[in-house]
Design a protein around this ligand. Structure first.
Ligand code: IPM
Ligand code: MN
Length: 345
């Protein structure tokens, strides 16, 4: 467990409360260890994440992360030094982000319900603009140039696309996979993505394939979200469209994701940040963290327990909560954790 910064520890505590209850019900054991990576430790020690920390993390079955980001630390240091370092060093090359509306009342779109908003974004999580390649030229002069490279390898693109095709098949809903890109402008990167996508599609004849430019994708998220089943995209576009996805499913309070290394250690996290202004007030919504814990159980081979967690969340989101936003839920953070536990069966 990496509770991290801000409200991270509060939401992780609720996730653990639910884990404890569900493990009794479904009869499995687990052990936990807490790592103190985050802003506080950085301010005291100047340490972000050492290579030895990574070797240590590799010994575990999964990582459960709260939030990384501290108001007294310059943006970028903790995000790159801790969060991205974990994603990259553990080769968590998929960022899996389900977008599922549990209660139409919490959807900002007119006339859209749970039957319309139920798709999954498969975000490439190890390359693209996040690779950190680039340079300044003539820094600080009026002729300054800042270059940021989108790095896409055939192997990296192919393993992400293959994961998406397999995931779409296993999900077995509409069996439709949409490639979200920008082939009309980013003619090197997206040529590679499109070619690889088309090649793989021949191996997956049962999957209907589709393509949408990223700008159009944001339009469809609002206008016709029901068109999507599984979407596969690169790291940067995936980052952007999943914030919009979170909003149409009811907000950051409910949006969960998994950083997946199918052959290694995966990490599960609520998509929202550390929310400094709500820290320590017992008002943050822990459901995103609880849903992330559910995704972790699914990934660790406890699908029944995972489903019980999701069903409990659906029940309380459907009946009890006034809102999914921090401070407006009609319940405190800890009360929401209790409600999920009470609704587990
Ligand atoms: C996310 C976040 C991160 C990202 C930041 C905090 C580095 O926005 O998980 O979506 O850009 O991937
Ligand atoms: Mn993001």
């Amino acid at each position: 467990m990496v509770p991290g910064d801000g409200t991270g520890p509060e939401v992780i505590a609720e996730g653990l409360k639910v884990l404890k209850a569900v493990s009794k019900e479904y009869k499995f054991n687990y052990e936990t260890k807490v790592f103190d990576f985050g802003g506080e430790r950085y301010l005291k020690t100047k340490k972000v994440l050492e290579d030895s920390d990574i070797s240590e993390l590799k010994k575990y079955s999964a990582i459960y992360l709260g939030a990384i980001g501290h108001p007294n630390v310059k943006p970028g240091i903790l995000e790159v030094g801790i969060l991205l370092k974990m994603r990259f060093s553990l080769d968590q090359y998929i960022n899996l982000r389900p977008v599922k509306l549990y209660n139409p009342v919490f959807c900002p779109l007119k006339d859209k319900g749970p039957e319309d908003i139920n798709f999954v974004v498969v975000r490439e999580n190890s390359e693209g603009l996040y690779k950190g390649m680039g340079e300044f030229q003539k820094k600080g002069t009026k002729d300054e140039v800042a270059i940021q490279i989108s790095y896409n390898t055939r192997k990296g693109v192919e393993r992400c696309l293959r994961y998406a095709f397999e995931y779409c098949r296993k999900r077995n809903k509409r069996k439709k996979l949409t490639l979200c890109g920008k082939t009309n402008v980013l003619t090197y990167a997206w040529d590679l993505w499109q070619r690889t996508f088309d090649e793989l599609a021949k191996e997956y004849k049962d999957i209907t394939t589709d393509y949408a430019h990223v700008d159009a994708t944001t339009m469809w998220f609002v206008k016709n979200p029901e068109w999507f089943d599984v979407i596969v995209t690169d790291n940067m576009f995936g980052d952007i469209i999943t914030d919009l996805g979170a909003m149409i499913q009811g907000g950051m309070g409910i949006a969960a994701g998994g950083n997946i290394n199918p052959e290694g250690v995966s990490m599960f996290e609520p998509i929202g940040g550390s929310a400094p202004k709500y820290t320590g007030k017992n008002v943050i919504n822990p459901l995103a963290a609880i849903c992330a814990m559910g995704m972790m159980l699914e990934n660790l081979g406890e699908p029944k327990a995972a489903k019980a967690v999701e069903d409990a969340v659906i029940k309380i989101v459907g009946k009890k909560l006034k809102s999914l936003a921090a401070g407006k839920m009609g319940y405190s953070t800890t009360e929401i954790g209790d409600l999920v536990v009470d609704n587990l069966s």
